[in-house]
Design a protein around this ligand. Structure first.
Ligand SMILES: [Zn+2]
Length: 219
């Protein structure tokens, strides 16, 4: 099946339903956004909306450059700055998936890196960066997150909180978010099997990862 059409809100509703179904977030946690390519406005899930029940009226429209809420729309998620700060810093990004994936957050809280163990992990994630804790919804966290991805990273862990995954399309951001938690689950299993010795976690061969980062590899 091809990815759903019907506009950006319809695609984000698909991400929300699938993310809850896959256990990447619980009910009303997390928030999703998409910018119409080349525009200064983004759709973002409304405050209190349940990600597995998103209708077209449960999105707010925000002007990115001036943080301006468009009239007639519901109040946006309290974490809206996490999205607008990143869109401003990364003109190449058109979709942001912010979820609270349990294993990714657990490993990072315990000080473990998430290994890029498979070709899919390497291809979709390439690099995983983290930011120190700041309270959710604050401008400090939004700026720290934007700083962390300014170099082009597309997978970010917010310590003790969740992830922010970026892409030029909703579909690719969705794939990256799924692969991030999948990589964390694989790392978790590897830690159990190696009795917690991180040096024993096998990452994909460095040569392949280098090729991915040069856009010279496929999966
Ligand atoms: Zn959050």
């Amino acid at each position: 099946m091809s990815y759903p059409g019907g506009g950006l809100r319809n695609q984000l509703a698909h991400v929300g339903a699938e993310a809850v179904r896959a256990g990447l977030v619980v009910g009303s946690g997390g928030n999703l956004s998409a910018r119409a390519p080349g525009s200064d406005r983004c759709w973002i899930t409304a405050a209190g909306s349940w990600l597995d029940r998103l209708g077209p009226t449960e999105f707010s429209l925000i002007g990115i450059s001036r943080n301006q809420l468009e009239d007639g729309h519901p109040h946006p998620s309290s974490e809206w700055r996490l999205h607008t700060e990143t869109y401003r810093r990364r003109p190449d990004v058109n979709a942001i998936v912010h979820l609270h994936p349990q294993v990714s957050v657990l490993l990072t809280a315990l000080g473990h890196d998430i290994a890029l163990m498979t070709t899919d992990h390497a291809y979709y994630l390439r690099e995983i960066v983290t930011v120190a804790f700041d309270p959710p919804g604050t401008l400090d966290l939004a700026i720290a997150a934007a700083d962390a991805v300014a170099n082009g990273a597309n997978a970010l862990i917010l310590r003790h909180h969740g992830c922010s995954v970026l892409a030029d399309s909703v579909e690719l951001a969705h794939k990256r978010a799924v692969n991030l938690e999948e990589a964390a689950r694989a790392t978790y299993a590897a830690l159990l099997l190696s009795q917690g010795r991180p040096a024993q976690i096998p990452a994909v061969p460095a040569q392949f990862l280098d090729a991915v980062r040069r856009d010279e590899a496929q999966v």
